[in-house]
Write a protein that binds this ligand. Sequence first.
Ligand code: UT7
Length: 325
Amino acid sequence: MSERIYARIAGTGSYLPEKVLSNEELARTVETSDEWIRERTGITQRHIAADEQTTGDLAYEAALRALEAAGIGVDELDMIIVGTTTPDLIFPSTACLVQARLGAVGSAALDVNAACSGFLYALSVADKFIRCGDAKKVLVIGAETLTRIIDWSDRTTCVLFGDGAGAVVLVADGDTGILSTHLHADGSKKELLWTPAGVSSGFGEGVGSSGTIKMKGNDVFKYAVKALDSVVDEALQANGLGKADLDWLVPHQANLRIIEATAKRLDMSMEQVVVTVDKHGNTSSASVPLALDTAVRSGRIQRGQLLLLEAFGGGFTWGSALLRY
Ligand code: UT7
């Protein structure tokens, strides 16, 4: 009888660009206020990539830190997966660009685009490769320069997003690691959160334009709360675990009110929830690994603890990962 192989997080890393944009600074350029942004979202500031910094640059820095924390050399990697909606180029993938800079030539490399759920989708793909025995060491990154696709005159979106990257190194382990991942999507809701432009679509802001984010925030909010309620229930049920078994919730950082609603659903105190939205804003694919790394490095998340990761984003896409850290 074969024993189950788990994908265990061997190390985490993250990177935030130096430049910080506060709510007060934003309120000087668009009709908003620090009070409105804090009350409705929990955000106080966000990081903005320098003009010459790309998603791949942020991803590379986060990757270096995760590899160092894991004690794993680049030549050991079987695969690199980057969750991103803001790739450096149409192709090659950001994962290929990061692979070249790391010097991990030969490993498989691919991007996953699932908007803000990108990291969880990427983590799930990596988990499957490890569980089936086709990979032993996988670098999974969530990285974004979302502020490149923001309309800075639209107060309903420009106050929300930030740039950054987070990464984990997964290794095959006979004892413990990721217990399950669950992924979902509802493509029929695309126009509630999207960039109506692209390479092969001749509408919106036009072919070849990367466009800017459009969002019907309130509709997204309501759908997100329901979807996240159901995906966290699904994760616990699939593993025969209860709410009280969880040590930490590591949620997507879009809005503090959404995070609080999910914590309430799980009967978890906010002390057991990793919150970084105040300092990072919504960094899309990067938000979950950034939050995870922040809590690991501050010593709050400890080895052996049970973590529930979740995310919701454009598509719509949403998902969870339940893991023993
Ligand atoms: O990460 C991917 C998933 N994304 C999300 O999960 C985001 C989900 N949505 C949200 O987080 C929230 O819906 C927002 C933070 C985007 C908006 O909060 P809300 O409580 O849903 O506000 P709202 O859109 O219903 O707008 C309320 C009012 C409106 O004014 P009126 O029509 O009541 O006069 C808006 O025009 O607030 C106004 N408003 C603003 N006022 C000051 C919208 N944005 C701003 C702003 N500053 N930045």
